[in-house]
Write a protein of this length. Structure first.
Length: 551
């Protein structure tokens, strides 16, 4: 057995099994009994005491054996902790005696049995890696590469680590046959084919999320200690620390865990990762870490407001539902600006993108790509895309790339033969049919125009806070960032709300007591991953202080 297989399918020691018996119960199972099926949520964790349990999947249309669990081995993968729908089915094939542990009790195991927890978590992570590398098909998304709705589905699936196979109407001969099988035409795409064989025509990302179990059900009247709006670095750090310290924690995000950082091809200046780490990997690890401690993460859930009544705070969501909490943390982050030029909106998702991941890199493979912006994110994107694109054009308004880009990135960009920097240039207009095909630049000194063939243009120009939903709820600065602590206006601190609290606001506290802000959305914050993580972690001490205060 190779090392990955040994990590993925370990045999527990007798003393490990004895310790686990305190968290579950033993039961018999007959051959043919299905323990859980693909699509099930909150299924149980089983330790095989005797007999055999097989793990199979059907995403490719036929049953495929993934693993056989023998005595001393255990079932499950990361979906046991995330609460997502299972990708596989577990079935007994030989009379068995099993130790059954519920999903909630497994959370206790992870927190209370560190030696067993390490074995289980390593196995879960490695199993998912092996599953994806061994021909797992996952969902099938069929659509046109020129279709913004198809791009949004693919982006959502990619950012949320939903395994899928992309079938392009323009290139894949299989696409037409599949559409005929389901009785749908090209105009009804994109469609998503599930592992069960059913098809969903032109689903919203919310429908896809619900099908895959990414959303969290909040019972009427349920109150959380902390609701975090946003699951970027600040929100995830807060979720880890809050849940690990026993606070009942829920994080909601409109897109996916990771925020802007989650789309970065590589983060090289984050402490502890000397060779760098991709934003997706950092987000994935942080998400599992938060869920390991019991934090609940729900996507896509879009906050539209906050209401405070007495000691209760409520997050209002765009679907009309509400979540009550003792404290709220605003960690909704920022988003890149767009350009005010003709045709811009037309090409969003069909040539204009705000992230440079593997998915976008395939769109402009062997083609030219244009990057607008000169910060670190633009530099990392240029280096990443240069490996697969024919030419990469970096467009900046100024004449000094080093003004907003780290020196090590400037050196790499300028030293890469197929990256070209266009200084003192702006985008004049865009051309193309259904898909972007040409970007026209204007030289700001001479006024001359230059046409660049391009299948993709990537936007990394400045950032605006995702705080429109907070207007009228908390105090914002002139640019829309959330004011906190000593930055709050004197008039705010003299109102009856703060008079009732009888204390000054904490460093990260907004104009509403018990409502905090951290990360890029906060006024005067340092717009770096490490800073966001620090603020998210720090916020939990203020949450404890507020909850523990008299009155």
């Amino acid at each position: 057995m190779n090392s990955d297989q040994a990590i993925a399918f370990p045999v527990l020691e007798p003393h490990h099994i004895e310790a686990l018996k305190n968290y579950g119960h033993s039961r018999s199972a007959s051959p043919g009994e299905v323990l859980w099926e693909e699509g099930d949520r909150s299924f149980c964790f089983f330790v095989v005491l005797s007999g055999l349990v097989e793990i199979v999947e059907h995403s490719g249309g036929e049953q495929r054996l993934i693993a056989l669990h023998k005595p001393g081995e255990f079932t499950g993968d990361v979906d046991m902790l995330t609460g997502r729908a299972s990708l596989v089915t577990g079935r007994v094939i030989e009379q068995a005696e099993l130790l059954e542990i519920g999903a909630g009790s497994l959370q206790r195991v992870v927190g209370e049995l560190p030696e067993v927890s390490e074995i289980v978590l390593k196995a879960f992570l490695t199993r998912r890696t092996l599953l994806l590398s061994d021909g797992y098909t996952g969902l099938k998304i069929i659509g046109s590469r020129f279709s913004p709705p198809a791009h949004h589905l693919r982006e959502f699936a990619t950012r949320n680590a939903i395994p899928f196979t992309w079938i392009d109407l323009e290139k894949d001969e299989q696409a037409e046959e599949l559409l005929r099988q389901f009785g749908v035409g090209p105009n009804d795409t994109p469609i998503v084919i599930c592992s069960s064989g059913s098809a969903i025509s032109n689903p919203s990302v919310s429908e896809l999320a619900h099908h895959m179990g990414l959303d969290v059900y909040v019972a009427p009247g349920e109150i959380y200690d902390l609701v975090i709006v946003g699951a970027g670095p600040a929100g995830l750090a807060a979720a880890v620390y809050a849940a690990s310290e026993g606070l009942k924690t829920l994080s909601v995000d409109g897109v996916a865990a990771g925020g802007q950082a989650g789309t970065s091809s590589k983060i090289e200046n984050y402490l502890g990762f000397p060779v760098g780490i991709s934003g997706a990997e950092l987000a994935r690890n942080a998400l599992l870490q938060a869920q390991k401690f019991g934090a609940r993460i729900s996507v896509p859930q879009q906050a539209v407001g906050i209401r405070c009544t007495g000691g209760e705070r409520t997050v209002l969501l765009d679907d009309g539902s509400e979540i009550s909490a003792r404290c709220i943390l605003i960690a909704s982050g920022v988003e890149y600006k767009s350009l005010e030029i003709p045709e811009f909106e037309r090409y969003e998702g069909a040539g204009i993108y705000y992230a440079a991941t593997e998915m976008e890199a395939r769109i402009c493979s062997e083609e030219d790509a244009v990057i607008i912006g000169g910060g670190n994110s633009a530099g990392q994107a240029a280096i990443f895309l240069s490996r697969s694109s024919r030419q990469v054009h970096v467009v900046i308004r100024g004449d000094d790339l080093g003004k907003s880009m780290s020196r090590y990135l400037v050196d790499r960009v300028e030293g890469t033969p197929n990256i070209h920097v266009h200084k003192r240039h702006t985008v004049a207009h865009l051309d193309g049919g259904d898909q972007l095909s040409e970007v026209v630049l204007r030289d700001e000194e001479s006024g001359s125009m230059r046409r660049l063939p391009a299948r993709a243009m990537f936007m990394f120009i400045g950032a605006v806070p995702r705080t429109d939903w907070l207007r009228g709820c908390v105090d914002l600065d002139p640019k829309g960032f959330v004011l906190t602590g000593s930055s709050l206006p004197a008039a705010t601190l003299q109102n009856e709300v703060w008079g009732a609290v009888k204390r000054p606001p904490y460093f990260l506290e907004t104009s509403l007591p018990g409502v905090f802000a951290a990360g890029d959305a906060r006024s005067d914050s340092v717009k770096r991953v490490a800073s966001a993580v620090g603020e998210g972690s720090m916020a939990i001490s203020f949450v404890h202080a507020h909850i523990g205060a008299p009155g």
